[in-house]
Design a protein around this ligand. Sequence first.
Ligand code: ARG
Length: 272
Amino acid sequence: MKDSNRKKVLMCAPIHYDIKYSINPWMKDYDEPLNKELALAQWLRFYSTIERINDVTIEVLDTAKTPNNCPDIVFTANAGIVHNNKVILSNFKHPERHCEKPFYRKWFEDKGYEVDEILESLYFEGGGDCIVVGDKLVAGYGFRSEHIALELVAEKLDLELHAFKLADPRFYHLDTCLSILDPETGSGFFYPKAFEDPKALKKILKLKSVSKRDAMKFCCNSVVLGDNVVIPAGSKKILEFLREKGYNVFEVEMSEFIKSGGAAQCLVLYLN
Ligand code: ARG
């Protein structure tokens, strides 16, 4: 297994995290109310799990000035997509998340990234819906990002677009149903039923299928950093598969973020 070039991630502490509206099925479908203290504890444990991985730097978005009406800013995967020090900022579909963009923009500008965006009327939700695999931009569309938006993003990043239509509203972002283990070769795992044409993915990526049970535990929403996989707790089968393959696997409890339709990968944006 070769060393990944993913060495830097952006995170945001769940200071303003809450479930104040419902923009995906998970946000109205949970039994116990959101436990904010537990959310903070889960996030801190997740943070320290990543912090302990060799050679990985965590950048943290400062939310001191973020208004309280921005409860989803913790999901930094949706800030945009970064490639070669260039970021294409997201255009959130739902007005509830529009407040986040200026904070992401400022952070990238301050850090010296080349900041770009596409026409504001075209929906695009960044690392939630696309991932760089070699010279390809692998993307999902249909719920939060539009195909045309992905075409423009791929063009701006000089990547070849491979976009797949998502089919299940519970798996409304690509990162809820596809995890890429090796960003060079495109090996990974996915939940086939979340895609309109799962066979099309298998043509370009080397994918293992996961069960609905594991997918519902957000196993595809894993963070992969080199040989390390940080996976939402409860997916025994895929966990064993990853260990057999030689990955260091770290399970993290994500119950409070799953209530908002997100988990580990959603809380992280790959910066390279
Ligand atoms: N509540 C958030 C939303 O619906 C969750 C975002 C999850 N992010 C992700 N990358 N899948 O937008």
